[in-house]
Design a binder for this molecule. Structure first.
Ligand code: ZN
Length: 224
């Protein structure tokens, strides 16, 4: 079974960053798992409700995406939203997940992005998630750093990258990507604006495609 694993700092990052490409993989017989690093409590945009309720709603929205898409598992690491710090326990937990579930492909934010030209894309949580997932992929292929058999991820697809070198035509699945993104109701008081934004953004990624997603792809070589 071909297995991919997507990492988001927040519920909805995966939908924005790579959902079209993930849908295409599932159609090709891959299975998928998601890992969400924060609890999402501070990204809530639908009224003033308690932190516990905000966390519950955001998880439920992500789980709804998972049910509709048919993912194997969604793992919530529950770190505080907006305060993600690079921590050893985070790297250990992610390396452990990689060693146990053993995906061939990982989708994540790009740690090479350093332009700081967009407050949302360069959100602190996204920057930290990018680095820790990258480091966990290294640690997972090492037998000794953490418990469990070593596992080498074959490819890392970095989304939201400033230097994409791989472009996936998502013209046939853009409606599904948007439907799944819309499951995050607490994020989008007016989803029509978001839809317009996403369609415009996806239309500009590559001239050859009406809508596409772009990635910087890292192929992890087997050296020994
Ligand atoms: Zn995010």
């Amino acid at each position: 079974m071909k297995e991919l694993m997507c990492f988001g700092a927040h519920a909805d990052d995966i939908e924005f960053g790579c959902m079209g490409t993930v849908i295409k993989h599932l159609k090709d017989g891959w299975s998928a798992r998601f890992v969400i690093l924060t609890n999402g409590e501070n990204g809530f945009k639908m009224g003033r409700v308690s932190p516990e309720e905000r966390v519950r709603i955001r998880k439920e929205e992500q789980l709804e995406v998972g049910r509709r898409l048919g993912v194997e598992e969604i793992i919530f690491l529950d770190y505080p939203d907006g305060f993600l710090e690079y921590r050893e326990d985070m790297r250990r937990r992610i390396a452990g997940i990689l060693k146990q579930r053993r995906p061939q492909k990982v989708f994540s934010f790009d740690p090479a992005n350093r332009e700081y030209d967009n407050l949302n894309l360069f959100h602190r949580d996204h920057r930290v998630a990018a680095e820790v997932v990258f480091d966990a992929c290294f640690a997972a292929k090492n037998l000794w750093m953490y418990p469990g058999e070593a596992h080498r991820v074959e490819e890392i697809y970095f989304f939201g990258s400033h230097k994409p070198d791989c472009f996936i035509d998502i013209g046939d699945v853009i409606d599904s990507k948007l439907e799944l993104l819309a499951c995050h109701k607490s994020q989008f008081p007016d989803f029509s604006k978001v839809e317009k934004f996403v369609r415009k953004k996806m239309s500009k990624i590559h001239d050859a495609y009406e809508f596409s997603e772009g990635f910087r792809v890292l192929r992890v070589e087997q050296m020994t």
